[in-house]
Design a protein around this ligand. Structure first.
Ligand SMILES: [Zn+2]
Length: 430
């Protein structure tokens, strides 16, 4: 069902091309001769199956704040028809989901009236609006093909540049940074660091649609090897190292042994001291004064000082993604200062009510990718190793992937392999 219209279109396009070529080859006066081929190709359709030879095509992209009606009104489509189409077609495609920047086409007849509209929410699908006497909406899905790809490289300037120089989508860098978030600080990569990665690319036709899963990766950072193996089975969907340990480490759920949560994370709460509504982008853990406060994860102290509102506070950077902060301390533990490395569970200070606080508590703040988030709503990373019942299966997959990560790349299988021969020693002799 999916392939047949495409085949028909392909045949029509091929037929039209042959006719056009023939006329071009035999014609010395194309201006006159063209009449014939134009009639012959009247069945020609475009990539969306629309009869473009009978209709004019206007292609554009949705602009900011532009509505469905804004797009169609200029083409003489009756307002009531637009409203009906939006309402009746809502279950198929809700026109309020039109996104600025996405492409669309309007097909108009000889009098300039819109007959069809095609909107592309993404590369993998498009929406066809029939604007005629019997308006209708349908969504067509394109085939997404997943290809596994193996690449390798050595960092000269940056990981991004290394990927771009090889014509690899820079999103791959983000995926690698996600996978190794706890092992490698991707903002501190060194010249000479190298990697090999097996990952999935999703294609629609010849167009790269998205980067899929990182199947396996080896990263050599400051002469140290880091491995990642994706394993999925049952409810397990994780990246593990070569020994089956999860690459992700949990944060402690709370920085203190607390009595109660006196205030949760909210964008709006009544502030007891300031007597007004304001956002509270942290979680308050009430505890006895002097109770030890722990670092919730491994990291480096970036701030440890007094502030008018925060009181005595400590901020810890865990990796390129996560940062935490602990406010209103009675005192900061001796030795905790910027640059000091801490381990999960290390004591960094003691509960107090310094700064803007009504009682003894820790205001715990959590940043992910530069944004303050409610850590209690974050997916808690798995700490455990691979479950025992999967270990044998995991080992087989890991051994396979280990070969893929360490044996010489095979030129000729993929264009990328040939290009990668520029740095054949990258991973074997870092
Ligand atoms: Zn607070």
């Amino acid at each position: 069902m999916r392939d047949r219209p495409l085949l028909v279109i392909a045949l029509l396009v091929a037929a039209a091309t042959v006719l056009l070529l023939r006329s071009w080859q035999t014609s010395d006066a194309p201006a006159i001769e063209q009449e014939t081929p134009i009639q012959t190709v009247s069945l020609t359709t475009d990539e969306f199956g629309m009869p473009v030879s009978e209709l004019s095509v206007i292609e554009s992209t949705v602009r900011r704040n532009e509505t469905f009606s804004d797009l169609l009104t200029p083409y003489g489509v009756e307002f009531q028809r637009i409203v009906n189409l939006a309402r009746d077609g809502r279950d198929t495609f809700d026109v309020r989901r039109l996104k600025s920047g996405r492409p669309y086409r309007v097909y108009t007849d000889s009098s300039g009236v819109g007959r069809y509209m095609v909107y592309q929410p993404n590369l993998a699908s498009y929406v066809v609006f029939d604007l005629g006497e019997e308006p209708s909406v349908r969504v067509e899905e394109r085939n997404v093909v997943v290809r596994e790809r193996t690449i390798e490289g050595t960092i000269e300037e940056s990981l991004y540049m290394t990927l771009i120089n090889q014509d690899i989508h820079p999103t791959v860098a983000n995926r690698m940074a996600d996978v190794f978030a706890w092992q490698i600080d991707f903002s501190r990569l060194q010249k000479g660091d190298s990697f090999r990665i097996v990952f999935e690319e999703q294609y629609v036709g010849d167009h790269l649609f998205d980067i899929g899963e990182v199947t396996a990766a080896r990263f050599v950072h400051m002469n140290e090897d880091y491995y990642a193996f994706h394993y999925q089975n049952g409810d397990v969907d994780e990246h593990y190292d070569e020994t089956g340990k999860s690459l992700r480490k949990a944060f402690l759920i709370a920085p203190v042994e607390y009595k109660r949560i006196s205030s949760g994370f909210t964008y709006r709460r009544f502030h007891p001291v300031q007597k007004r509504y304001k956002a509270h982008l942290g979680t308050d853990y009430a505890a006895d004064p002097g109770t030890p406060i722990m670092a919730t994860g491994d990291g480096v102290v970036t701030e440890a000082r007094y502030g008018q509102y925060n009181g005595n506070y400590v901020k810890i950077r865990h990796n390129g993604t996560y940062t935490t902060q602990y406010l209103h301390m009675q005192k900061i533990k001796t030795g905790i200062r910027p640059g000091v490395r801490v381990k999960q569970g290390d004591i960094i200070g003691f509960v107090g009510s310094t700064g803007l606080a009504t009682g003894p508590h820790v205001c715990y703040r959590f940043w992910k990718g530069g944004e303050q988030v409610d850590h209690r709503r974050e997916k808690i990373p798995s700490v455990g190793p691979i479950p025992t019942q999967y270990f044998a299966d995991f080992s087989v997959q890991r051994d396979d992937m280990m070969m893929a990560l360490t044996s010489p790349l095979n030129p000729g299988i993929d264009r990328s392999y040939a290009e990668l021969l520029k740095t054949p020693e990258a991973l074997t002799s870092p």
